[in-house]
Design a protein. Structure first.
Length: 398
């Protein structure tokens, strides 16, 4: 998800799903892979025939093959040929057991879409639908000879969104008075465009969730098929700075304060001494808060121009544990550690500035235990953010 290379935007990807009514597992599979060495991102949505475990196995097999073959830079027709000749064929209907959409985004922004039997991929430029030039890929070999897939190549611009969905979205509500032929792609596009028009920076997650929830509503909250939507949003990165610990040399205090005040993004100061230094250097006042939102931690404080001021080591240790176990189903509270985790999850690029002065108020300066704990905890948090949450993380020691 990084923005190195020639791209000048960040790529936010999110998918949301609802299972077929009565099923405990989704028959659609969504898979994304970031190839760090190539600064390349591959996104796949596969829809297994039917629903339940069998459909899930077929969709998972399809999406895994699609990601692996796309990663090897195979041609579109070759990828399609291998996938479709590997998948079993329905004995009655004589069609492959899964449909799929593959989106391959390269370092220079060149984006290739290949799809088979899924609803046509949507491109929104801002809130305006744009139809890229599609071409057909006709398979020439194997039992699927003559089958037609569709492909297109485009160069997304900042504030573009690519929307993928399974037919559980476009066919939702089918047979109802409101949608006798289903919700259909055009209505889904109008709905998504309105969401963006009302909130131009709306996240990929929110758009995907609202599309899925609307389809679920069309089915009167008893999904007649697996419902999946995925959104790829090309935008400026959201940046976060976390400063913790005083600089090694007192002369660097003003440098730390300048970095905090000049940062383009959100700022967290974690540690009383750190906050005192920044406040003193910038001529700001720290206001203490007496509301204990988390019984394990001292409450947050407030400083003008800073998004969050917290205690240091104890709070960061709790943050480390929370990011390790966090997933999209976790509801964060109002405590200082919860607020740090929320800001981290909402950010794409996270920069840590770690002060290396030993805090003489805490211990004998010959035993720099606190310094080592601080470094270790920050490194642990950074590693989880980078590897589990695909954030771009940088560390700076001062």
């Amino acid at each position: 998800m990084e923005t190195t290379g020639k791209r000048d935007f960040f790529i936010e990807v999110n998918s949301q799903q609802k299972n077929h009514h009565g099923e405990r597992i989704c028959g659609d599979a969504f898979l994304t892979r970031y190839l760090r060495e190539e600064n390349r991102k591959i996104v796949v949505l596969a829809d297994g025939m039917g629903h339940g475990v069998k459909a899930n196995v077929l969709a998972t097999l399809t999406s895994t093959m699609a990601v692996n073959f796309a990663a090897e830079h195979k041609e579109a027709d070759r990828i399609a040929e291998i996938i479709m000749n590997t998948l079993p064929v329905c004995s009655e209907r004589k069609i492959s057991y899964a449909s799929f959409t593959i989106v391959d985004i390269e370092a220079d922004g060149r984006t290739t879409v290949l799809e088979y039997d899924n609803p046509r991929t949507v491109l929104l430029r801002g809130s305006t639908p744009v139809d890229p030039p599609w071409s057909e890929v006709v398979l020439e070999k194997g039992r699927n000879s003559g089958k037609v897939l569709h492909t297109c190549t485009l160069y997304p611009k900042k504030e573009d969104r690519i929307i993928l969905c399974s037919d559980g979205v476009t066919q939702s509500g089918m047979g109802s008075d409101q949608w006798p032929f289903g919700w259909e792609r055009e209505n889904m596009i109008r709905y998504a465009a309105k969401l963006v028009e009302n909130e131009p920076t709306v996240s990929a997650r929110t758009v995907a969730a609202k599309i899925v929830n609307m389809a679920y509503r069309n089915d009167h909250y008893r999904a007649k098929d697996d419902i999946s939507a995925a959104v790829i949003y090309f935008r400026d990165p959201r940046r976060l700075l976390l400063c913790t610990g005083p600089p090694y040399e007192k002369e660097k205090d003003s440098e730390l304060a300048a970095k905090a005040s000049g940062f383009r993004g959100k700022v967290i100061l974690s540690g009383g001494t750190t906050a005192d230094i920044v406040a003193r250097e910038l001529g700001k006042t720290i206001t203490d808060n007496l509301d204990f939102e988390d019984s394990d931690l001292p409450p947050e404080s407030f400083m003008e121009g800073v998004d969050l001021v917290t205690e240091g080591i104890l709070t960061l240790q709790k943050v480390s544990e929370m990011v390790r176990t966090y997933d999209n189903s976790v509801r964060l509270g109002k405590g200082p550690a919860d607020k740090i985790v929320r800001l981290m999850m909402e950010s794409d690029e996270i920069h840590f500035i770690i002060g290396t002065r030993i805090n003489v108020a805490h211990q004998d300066p010959n035993l720099p235990v606190e310094l080592e704990i601080r470094r270790t905890v920050v490194k642990r948090i950074a590693s989880i953010l980078e590897n589990k949450w695909m954030k771009k993380v940088t560390l700076e020691y001062i």
